[in-house]
Every structure is written in structure tokens, then in C-alpha cells.
Design a protein around this ligand. Sequence first.
Ligand code: SF4
Length: 71
Amino acid sequence: MTVPAVGLCETCTWVRVVTNRRGSVFYRCLRADTDPPDPRFVRYPPLPVLQCPGYDRRDPLAEPERDRDEG
Ligand code: SF4
């Protein structure tokens, strides 16, 4: 399912869904974790992401990576 408020990150291979202690959900882009950093990507992109040079559609049967909390 695609969440319109999230855009492409919702179905991207490179996203990690992070939930904090208060239950807020954040979409973290793993493409932003390269060394050296790639300036095209930020760790928490403003949503919705409607266009992205790094988008890779995830297998529709696969779940996104999930993390608890980052603060
Ligand atoms: S590569 Fe683009 S679409 Fe994929 S998670 Fe990062 S910002 Fe979102």
C-alpha cells in the first residue's frame, strides 16, 4: 500500500521506518549514510518524496526495515 503523504519512500528499498517512543513514524533514507555523503540524499527527506534519483522499488511482498526509536 502506498501512503500519499510519504510518497516514493514508502515503497523504496532504501528506506528504514523509524518509530520513536511517542509513536511518531519517520522515514530514514539509507542512501544518505554513504561515506563520503552523497549530497542528493538526506537522512530524513521532507515528505512526500515525489521524485528521487535513488528510488528502487522494493519487492511488493517484502516489508521495509524497521527500527524503534532514535530519540
Ligand atoms: S532513495 Fe529516495 S525514495 Fe528511496 S528512501 Fe531514499 S529518499 Fe526515499
